[in-house]
Design a protein around this ligand. Structure first.
Ligand SMILES: Nc1nc2c(ncn2[C@@H]2O[C@H](COP(=O)(O)OP(=O)(O)OP(=O)(O)O)[C@@H](O)[C@H]2O)c(=O)[nH]1
Ligand SMILES: [Mg+2]
Length: 447
């Protein structure tokens, strides 16, 4: 049993109970109706009582095994969302034999009862945590089994091959081949391709789930803080004509086309005698190294091409996604001498006058997303899945190599079993208790 809605005062609070006897338990504190006699999927209004004391008028929903979220009997009590009522209700349930659920326990039970596989269960947590459209769509796709489905089918096929190869072992004297090697090779190629596509999707999946960090780097007075403010459409950072205005890094999030960007305004890069400013500059360098994307902002009116070439080669050396952005193109006094032709990595803006800012946003999102993120594309967003996929990929390589080298069937069978093991690890066909505890401990209570 757990409170399924957030702590604190709300219009309603939902206390959820799952497991054998939960309907009977609530029946005991709900005299208005005989809940035990009510059919599944029905709701009932009535008083919740603790002996003589009336606690609240509530709505009780009944779900019966196996047609429920956890696969067990479930009762949900929607009461008025007062801290006092909820606390009393929880204590009343405990007094009558319920115990508090652990984080994620409802979903863990759903998994253990075969209502969903592990990928789906993990996606439930992602769905709850999703803060953008893209994150929500990706998680929902996985909750509905998009990802598992692909792997299930391939695993099934590989299992049948594995069985045929094991069968060959029983006839090892007779030198027969039940498993068609060409078809096995085709299956492995297909599996390999699928696994690689999934592995590659991780970068985007991760971006969608965790956001992309964008460091705005450049010399003092380039207009970095102005750009941050213009992107956010608010006066977040102090802007002034004094070089060295920003001392510390400033981070804010911005949602561009459904993806979360973490924008980082930094202290302008220069040699400084000022102790605090030097610390700021060091921090800027660190941010530049750790960011997913670096926006190098410069004053387009005063900056020489040599500087840009030098910066560009440094960013390439760090293998960064980057944009070189010339600022202050509104300053027409020197505009005529500018070569403002833009390319994939270069563009020109005015941070102060909001010129080309939309184009900059588009370039940022293009730097991480090729094509449309809102498609039904299957994305890997979970580091655990990524690691298992890498192991599957290694195992496929081993099987393929074994086949080219014509290794004996029993050794081939071991490699295939290894591959099947890692496939099962992702969807939860093969799990151990520690792993489950770890996965579900990251859930919120009541889910
Ligand atoms: N004309 C013009 N001025 C701009 C533009 N963007 C910024 N400025 C001006 O440039 C000066 C410096 O802007 P900031 O945003 O503080 O520059 P910064 O890069 O954050 O500077 P530091 O924090 O010192 O590193 C301010 O006077 C801004 O008004 C622009 O697009 N056009
Ligand atoms: Mg600044």
């Amino acid at each position: 049993m757990a409170l399924a809605t957030p702590q604190g005062i709300g219009a309603i609070g939902v206390v959820r109970l799952s497991g054998k006897g939960c309907i009977e338990l609530v029946d005991g504190v709900f005299p208005s109706k005989q809940l035990l006699k009510q059919p599944a999927n029905t709701i009932h209004v009535g008083l919740i009582v603790d002996g003589e004391t009336k606690l609240d008028e509530a709505v009780v929903s009944i779900f019966k095994s196996p047609k429920s979220y956890t696969g067990e009997d479930i009762v949900e009590i929607s009461c008025h969302g007062s801290n006092y009522i909820i606390q009393q209700l929880i204590e009343l349930c405990i007094k009558n034999g319920a115990r508090l659920a652990k984080p994620g326990e409802f979903t863990m039970r759903a998994f253990l009862n075969g209502k969903m596989d592990l990928v789906q269960a993990e996606a439930v947590a992602d769905l709850i945590a999703s803060g953008t459209k893209a994150a929500q769509e990706t998680a929902l796709n996985q909750v509905r089994g998009g990802f598992s489905h692909v792997l299930y089918n391939l695993r099934e096929e590989l299992i049948s091959f594995s069985a045929l190869i094991e069968l060959e072992l029983d006839f090892s004297q007779e030198d027969v081949e039940f498993a068609d090697r060409t078809r096995l090779k085709n299956l492995l190629d297909h599996l390999d391709k699928t696994v690689h596509a999934l592995l590659e999707s991780f970068q985007l999946g991760n971006v969608i789930k965790n956001g992309v960090s964008v460091a705005i780097i450049g010399k003092p007075n380039a207009g970095k803080s102005t750009l941050l403010n213009t992107l956010l459409k608010e006066n977040r950072a102090i802007v002034s004509a004094i070089a060295g205005t920003t001392r510390d890094t400033i981070e804010e999030v911005l949602n561009i086309e459904g993806i979360l960007f973490r924008l980082i305004d930094t202290a302008g890069m220069r040699e400084s005698m000022d102790e605090i400013e030097s610390i700021g500059v060091e921090k800027s360098k660190e941010k530049m190294k750790s960011a997913d994307i670096v926006v190098y902002l410069y004053d387009a009116n005063t900056t020489q091409e040599d500087e840009l070439i030098e910066v560009e080669s440094e960013l390439k050396r760090l293998s960064k996604h980057y944009l070189l952005v010339g600022n202050k193109i509104d300053d027409s006094s020197s505009l005529h001498q500018l070569n403002t032709s833009s390319s994939q990595q270069r563009m020109y803006i005015s941070a102060k006058n909001d010129i080309n800012i939309e184009a900059l946003k588009r370039k940022l999102s293009k730097a991480v997303v090729q094509g449309d993120v809102h498609s039904e594309q299957t994305l890997v967003t979970n580091a655990r899945h990524f690691q298992s996929l890498q192991k599957i990929s290694d195992a496929i390589m081993a099987i393929k190599k074994g086949m080219t080298d014509h290794i004996p069937g029993d050794l081939l069978a071991i490699d295939i079993r290894q591959c099947l093991y890692h496939l099962g690890e992702i969807t939860g066909t093969i799990t151990n208790e520690d792993q489950l505890d770890y996965i579900f401990s990251k859930f919120c209570i009541g889910k």
